[in-house]
Design a protein around this ligand. Structure first.
Ligand code: HEC
Length: 145
């Protein structure tokens, strides 16, 4: 193998590895594992049972509560793009703050959502408010905390 070819091959592999382990890729993988069976891989939800994440106005109006929803679930009556939903969403109490940040950033960038990036600090701060302000809305909050 010629040396130049080997070097470019090596850099190709390094770039490939960097892409796979990027926060966006981790967010996507976590989304597929934890969210896609309900919200669908394309974020379209499921009729009147599961709300959409693609172009959801709720993502914009409830930005500060999204980390709490991902971690502890939601059991409320909510309005998303003019449709009412009242099924419960289970929590993902095992996800770390970093994983929640990566999932939210994936959702914010996927499906042409184009929402501003959310930083780890913002997620951690939101999570500190779950207990005080939103406890009544969370599904199984007490058990999973
Ligand atoms: C078992 C099905 C299910 C799973 C799995 C699930 N959700 Fe939900 N999700 C729901 C339901 C149902 C609601 C509406 C809850 C309500 O009305 O109180 C909801 C609401 C939401 C909302 C607010 C409404 C909207 O559409 O903008 C967000 C954001 C959300 N889910 C994100 C996620 C993310 C991210 C994951 C993965 C970590 C996830 N969900 C996993 C069923 C699910």
């Amino acid at each position: 193998m010629n040396y130049k070819f080997f070097l470019s091959f090596l850099s190709f592999i390094i770039v490939l590895m960097a892409c796979n382990s990027s926060p966006y890729r981790q967010g996507e993988a976590l989304y597929v594992t934890n969210c896609a069976n309900c919200h669908m891989e394309d974020g379209s939800g499921l009729g009147r049972n599961i709300p959409v994440l693609a172009q959801s106005d709720y993502l914009v109006t409830h930005r500060n509560q999204l980390a709490c929803i991902v971690k502890y679930g939601l059991k409320d009556t909510i309005l998303v793009n003019g449709t009412t939903y009242h099924q419960a969403m289970p929590g993902n109490a095992k996800l770390s703050d970093v994983e929640i940040t990566n999932i939210l950033n994936y959702v914010f960038q996927a499906w042409e959502n184009n929402l501003p990036v959310i930083h780890l600090k913002e997620v951690t701060m939101s999570l500190e408010t779950c207990n005080d302000n939103f406890v009544k809305y969370f599904a199984d909050f007490i058990e999973k905390r």
